[in-house]
Design a protein around this ligand. Sequence first.
Ligand SMILES: [Zn+2]
Ligand SMILES: [Zn+2]
Length: 508
Amino acid sequence: MIFEELLPGLWKFNDTCNVYVLKSGDKAIAIDFGSGKWMEDLSSLGITSLEHVLLTHHHDDQCEGLLKHDHWPFEIHAPAGEELFLSPDKKDEFHRAPWFGGGCPLSYAAPHGRINNIRYDLSGFGSFFWNDLRLRVIHTPGHGRNACSIMISHCDKQIVCCGDAAYEGAKIWEPYHLEWDHWTGTGALAAWEGVERLRGIGIGMLCPSHGSVISRNPRNMLRTLSGRLLQFYRQKGQISPGEPDRDIKGEKLACGAWRYLPHLYQFGSNGYLVVSKKGEALVVDPTTGDMKVLEDLFKELNVTPSAIAVSHYHFDHCDAIPELRSRYGAKVWLHPRVAEPWEDPEHTILPWLFPKRLDPFELWPDRGVWNWNEYSFKVAPWPGQTWWHCVFMTEIDGKKVMFAGDSFQPSAIWNGTGGFCAYNNSRFLDGYVPSVQLAFDWSPDIMAAGHTNCYLFATKKFVKIQRWARETHDAVLALCPSEDLEKDYYSLFDRISEKGFRRLPVGK
Ligand SMILES: [Zn+2]
Ligand SMILES: [Zn+2]
C-alpha cells in the first residue's frame, strides 16, 4: 500500500480513507481504519503491536475493514453518538437503501454491518491518553453529527487529524453529507462551527481523511473554507428575500375546503380541485390524509372526480390515487418525468417515493397541451425541489392558474422553497433557473402551490429566485473537491446504491 512518512514516527497510508499511524517505541496507534490493508506494512516500520484505533466518524470508508473480524487485538474507539450506526446493540436501519417513506436518512454511508467492541469514548473537548501522550478530541461535526478531530502533539508540532471536516483547497469531501435534512442548513452550520474551532488552534499540520496533508498555513485554508460553509448555509435560507407572501384570500366552505375562484378549490394539506361546467372534477395532488375533506367537498359541490393530476412524485402529493381510482374510476394523468420513478419504485432510490406502482395511467406530452373538459392545460417539466416535478397551467374563471407543487413558496414558509438537497436531486442551472424562466414565459396570475399555499405571481419575486439559484449553484460548487457537481454532490446516489437498487438517470 502507498504510504508516506510525514514526520519521524508518523505515517499516512492511502487506504479507502487516509489512515494516520503514530509510533512510540515498537507500539502504535492509528487514526481511522479504512480497509485495514495498511496493517500489512506495520512490521516494516518496526511496529510489533497496534494498540488503539481511533475513528473520527462512522462512515464506511473510515472503518468498513473492521467488519472482517469479530475481535481485534487492539482497542477501537469512536466518537460518542456513533453507536447508532456502528453498535450491534442498535437497529440495523442504515444499512439498506432505499429508506422508503422517509426523507434524508441520518447517514448516507454507514458501514454494511455492525462492529463489535467499540468504545464510544471520544467526545468533544475530551482527551485520550496513550501512555504519557495526550491526544485532544475536538468536536467537528459535518460528516454526521458526532464527527471528531484528533489532535496529536508530536515532534514539537500540533497535528490535527480532522476526518472529513476539511479537504485541501478549502473543500469538503462528499459535501452532501452536510445535508442532514432536505431543506435546512443545520449540518452546514454545524460544520462551519467545527471549522471555526479548528481555525482557533495553532495547527502545524492538518491531516484530513481524504486528499493531501496541509502543512503550509492550514489556518488560511480553514478561513476560506469557513467562508464557503457559511455561504452554503446562507443559500439554504431564504430564496426570495424581502418579498411579501401575496396570499390569495379564499372563502371557507362548510366542509373545511377553500374556494379561491368559482371553479378552483383547495382542500386539506395539499390538494386542489378544478370543477368543470358539467360537474366533473379534476383532483390535483391527492394525499390519503386529505380524503375525508375531499369527499365532503365532492358532496358539497355535487361533483364527481373524473381525472387526477400530480405535480411531483413525493407520496404526500399522490398516495390517494389508488383509493380515488377504485372509488370513483377517476383517470390518472401523469407528466412523463413525474411517472419515471414509478417504473420500478421498489428498486428506485429516491426520498418520499410512494413505493407502489401507480399504473394504469395516461401520459401527458413532455411539453404541450392537455385538454380536460372545457380546460386546456399547458404542461411542462418543472425541476426545482426535485428533478421529477412538472407544472401545468390553465385559465380558470379568467385567471391563469399554475399548479406549482413544491418548488416555490411564499417567503414566510420554508424560506420560500420546498428546500434543496442532493438526495432530492434538486438542480440549479438546469433546474430552478429554467423553471423560473418558464414561469416568466407563461406569466401566470396565480400560483396554486403545494401545502395550501395559493398566492399571486410576481415577476419581482421570481427574479430574486433566479439569482438565488445561480448563487446556490456557485456555493455548492465551491465546496466540491473536483469542481464537478455530478462527481462530488450528486454522486450521493452512487454511494447509496446497493445491489439491485437503481439510480434513476437525470435526462436533459
Ligand atoms: Zn466521511
Ligand atoms: Zn415535495
